[in-house]
Design a protein around this ligand. Structure first.
Ligand code: RIB
Length: 302
């Protein structure tokens, strides 16, 4: 069994289902509202653990009911949450998600306690990095905390997988050179590089600019089209199974989790991507973030 560490965010998602995402200035009636455990970091940790990995998480929550529910959900799949810090004066992170009938969504995150994650906390808990095979992070916690994780992962010879979501322009090169695998979607790749990502060739060229800055491999997810693996000298396309999407929330998180899960078991990046595309193809057919994660057995049936 692989050992994984996730450093990242925990949010309680307020999800509203609508027929169509409203335009600017438009008022519409929603169909349903639900409160579902989410947060990119917690979704990834939950998914890895549900698939069967030994997972620990580092992050921050508030001393409130949402924080309690998020921890309970992680415990339900046996994630080690001892390094999740609880803050009295900050609320647990929240996200407001609108999901339309096509399955597409729009998300606003209020970081709350997630933004309290400090470099010092990471350094104090670096034994978690020693203890794992693969470290995974995203960008919903302060960039300095992520830089600290990547520095330590590199020093300790661990694989560092960064899901650069939500994407920002100009990620520090000092971070990129410590990243083994970067996993943006096409839009995030465009934001990260400032380059067009409309065609396969453009995606490969944009990904190569990140490799020139020190990233070892870039795995670009393309939604229903699958994913592309880009390395210094070549690239390979991985198509995904066609499914009817009802909610794309956490599809990227599930992909990251599937990828890290297989890498932690010693599989090649190619095998890991094939598995990850199957995990996310199930997630888009179910509603919600952590509520949509499949078991390992379910993935094998795809
Ligand atoms: O990737 C989906 C997640 O993004 C949601 O669960 C939400 O909390 C935001 O972090």
């Amino acid at each position: 069994m692989g050992k994984l560490l996730v450093v990242g965010s925990l949010n309680m998602d307020t999800v509203v289902n609508v027929s169509k995402i409203p335009q600017r200035g438009e008022t519409i009636l929603g169909k349903e509202i639900s409160y579902i455990p989410g947060g990119k970091g917690a979704n990834q940790a939950y998914a890895m653990a549900k698939l069967g990995a030994d997972v620990a998480m580092i992050g921050c929550i508030g001393a409130d009911a949402n924080g309690v529910k998020l921890i309970q959900n992680l415990h339900a799949v046996h994630v080690n949450t001892k390094a999740i810090q609880v803050f009295e004066k900050q609320p647990t992170g929240t996200a407001f998600i609108t999901v339309e009938e096509t399955g597409e969504n729009s998300i606003i995150v209020i970081p709350g306690a997630n933004f309290e994650l400090k470099r010092e906390w990471i350094i104090e808990h670096q034994n978690y990095i020693d203890d794992c095979d693969v470290v995974v992070a995203q960008l919903e916690t302060p960039i300095d905390s992520i830089c600290a994780v990547a520095e330590l992962a590199k020093q300790k010879g661990k694989k560092m997988l960064l899901d650069p979501a939500p994407a920002c322009e100009n990620l520090p090169e000092s971070l990129l050179k410590n990243v083994s695998i970067l996993k943006p979607n096409e839009t995030e790749l465009q934001i990260l590089t400032g380059k067009p990502t409309n065609t396969e060739q453009q995606i490969v060229e944009a990904a190569k600019t990140l490799i020139d800055k020190g990233v070892e491999k870039v795995v670009v997810t393309l939604g229903e089209k699958g994913a592309i693996l880009v390395t210094k000298n070549e690239y390979q396309m991985f198509p995904s199974k066609k499914v009817k999407a009802v909610d794309t929330t956490a599809a990227g998180d599930a992909f990251t989790a599937g990828l890290a899960f297989k890498l932690s078991e010693g599989c090649s990046c190619e095998e890991a991507i094939q598995f990850a595309t199957k995990v996310s193809s199930i997630v888009v057919t179910r509603k919600g973030a952590q509520t949509s994660i499949p078991t390992y057995e379910e993935v094998l049936e795809v």
